[in-house]
Ligand binder design. Structure first.
Ligand code: SF4
Length: 124
């Protein structure tokens, strides 16, 4: 008989912060406990098998009032790639004006996810 293992996660789906327990048998998830809604159950499964994060950072901008503009990934990326992605974005420089939602870098490191501006920046 295979040994069961329980991992603990904090659901970040809402401010309630339910404490999740994910039990696996070494191969598959047997049960997710501690959630208060289905979103939490999904989060527990994903966090256990394929943890992902949205990355928020800034990039340099030329011709604007500010030196940098805030950006984020257009979707979640594998948690293990967060540092590498932040490093890749560090070298990006854009020219104002920039519109909210505009891609400043597409398909970052082959993830299929873009880096997009999270605010409008006017040219000065
Ligand atoms: S399980 Fe549901 S209610 Fe609990 S923290 Fe996650 S999203 Fe919120």
């Amino acid at each position: 008989m295979s040994e069961h293992h329980v991992s603990h996660y904090l659901c970040i789906g809402c401010p309630l912060g339910c404490r999740l327990e994910v039990e696996d048998d070494g191969t598959d998830i047997v049960e997710v406990r501690g959630w208060d809604c289905k979103r939490g159950e999904r989060y527990g499964r994903e966090e256990h098998t394929d943890p992902r994060r949205v990355v928020a950072t800034t990039v340099k901008v030329r011709g604007a009032l500010w030196a940098r503009i805030p950006v984020k990934t257009s979707g979640s990326v594998p948690k293990a790639m967060v540092r590498e992605i932040a490093k890749a974005v560090r070298n990006v420089e854009v020219e104002a004006p920039v519109r909210l939602g505009a891609a400043v870098l597409t398909d970052v490191l082959g993830t299929g996810v873009d880096i997009v501006a999270t605010r409008d920046v006017e040219r000065v």
